[in-house]
Design a protein around this ligand. Structure first.
Ligand code: PLP
Length: 395
């Protein structure tokens, strides 16, 4: 018998992953995340980052991070509620509230902790959460951590949402509909005007996780609520600072009373240390850049439309994408992985994604075009897709 410390039970699980062909070695960046990156020793066009605006390695953000380190040091020293709140944390929350055109904002360490911290802080036993079946894992975590009942509705299916509402709302005290703003695997946008309309009819709160819409949709990236002109009609808006904003963190935007409550009951805010000064300084700079100019989001959308049109013209199945996330749907799991490997050999990095992240038979490579890509780089990527697509008889 092996000793318990050999962790045999984990070895067995790892072997199962290997047998199923889903054991992964992480690709490694040797340098910054950019439109072109060095990955596993090879310079390639990077179509897999969430660095939508090219901010992750932007000189203005780097400068702001260095300045913040010089002035405030490397760490915040405590959780926000003890003595980890610096003036720059408060400034960040003020500027984000202004940017989002909301009463108040509270910043967390990540988008994930926004969901896992906020949902259980506001929903409890006797309450109902109504959740799109494709919502992000961190929303599912947040729902589980709350003691509320959770009912799922079919993805973006408004008839099914209304059915769930009709059958359930009268049984519960507080009711909340939760949806992603932009769905990460297909790049489709939530039907927010319909969702808000149904929420108002059935007296429910609304909660939108705008991770892939922050810095992408709406005026200068103000998000899905701004995109649809629904200001004041969505109760909880979650944004991430880790994707388009290029750094790390998340925020909850909404009423002042919500922010006051989360400062007392949002567990990641109370029990995990405040973001370090470099992170906060760089984010403030990024938000200022978006408030000064729409040039970054304009370039992002121009590139996204350019790339998507070329891929469609070649005959690739790009699903129902409406955003810079463009899936290239291959179908069979092993084929999608092979497709991704061949792209890499030809100088393009686009991660293969298979079951269980997406339904069986819809395996894909997912591409995200950024504002940082040049037309020449996009043309090169399209040419590689054409070559591999023809070789593998995808087109
Ligand atoms: C990426 C993502 C998150 C997590 O955001 P982080 O800031 O990276 O923790 C949460 N929700 C959705 C929908 C996401 O796509």
């Amino acid at each position: 018998m092996a000793s318990v410390h050999e962790l045999e039970f984990l070895k067995e699980k790892i072997n199962e992953l290997k047998e199923q062909g889903v054991y992964r070695r992480l690709p490694e960046l040797q340098g910054p995340s950019g439109a072109v990156s060095v990955i596993n020793g090879k310079e390639v066009v990077n179509l897999s980052s969430n660095n939508y605006l090219g901010f992750a390695n932007h000189p203005r953000l780097k400068r702001a991070a260095i300045d913040a380190v010089e002035k405030y040091g490397a760490g915040a020293g405590a959780v926000r509620t003890i003595i980890g709140t610096m003036d720059i944390h408060n400034e960040l929350e003020r500027i984000l509230a202004e940017f989002k055109r909301e009463e108040a904002v509270i910043v967390f360490q990540s988008g994930l902790t926004c969901n896992s911290g906020t949902i259980p802080a506001v929903m409890e036993e006797g309450d109902l959460i109504i959740s799109d079946e494709l919502n992000h894992a961190s929303i599912i975590d947040g729902c589980r951590l709350s003691k509320a009942d959770t009912v799922r509705y079919k993805h973006s299916d408004m008839n099914d949402l209304e059915r769930v509402l009709k059958e359930n709302v009268h049984k519960y005290r507080n009711r909340m509909i939760i949806t992603d703003g932009v769905f990460s695997m297909d790049g489709d946008i939530a039907k927010l005007p319909d969702i808000v309309g149904l929420a108002e009819r059935y007296d429910c709160m609304t909660y939108i996780d705008d991770a892939h819409a922050s810095g992408v949709l709406g005026q200068s990236g103000r998000g899905t609520v701004d995109h649809f002109g629904l200001h004041g009609r969505v109760d909880f808006t979650i944004g991430t600072l880790s994707k388009a904003i290029g750094v790390m963190g998340g925020y909850v935007a909404g009423r002042q009373v919500l922010v006051d409550w989360l400062k007392h009951r949002g567990r990641p805010f109370l029990f995990s240390t405040a973001q370090p000064p470099a992170v906060v300084g760089a984010i403030i700079e990024a938000v200022k850049m978006l408030m000064e100019s729409t040039e970054y989001t304009e370039r992002l959308w121009e590139n996204a439309k350019y790339f998507k049109a070329k891929m469609k013209d070649l005959g690739f199945n790009t699903g129902k994408s409406e955003t810079p996330i463009t899936p290239v749907i291959i179908g069979e799991e092993a084929k999608a992985m092979k497709f991704s490997d061949k792209l890499f050999e030809e100088g393009v990095f686009a991660q293969g994604i298979a079951y269980p992240t997406v339904p069986k038979g819809t395996a894909r490579v997912r591409t995200i075009v950024t504002a940082g890509h040049t037309k020449e780089q996009l043309d090169r990527a399209v040419e590689v897709f054409r070559k591999v697509g023809e070789e593998m008889k995808v087109i």
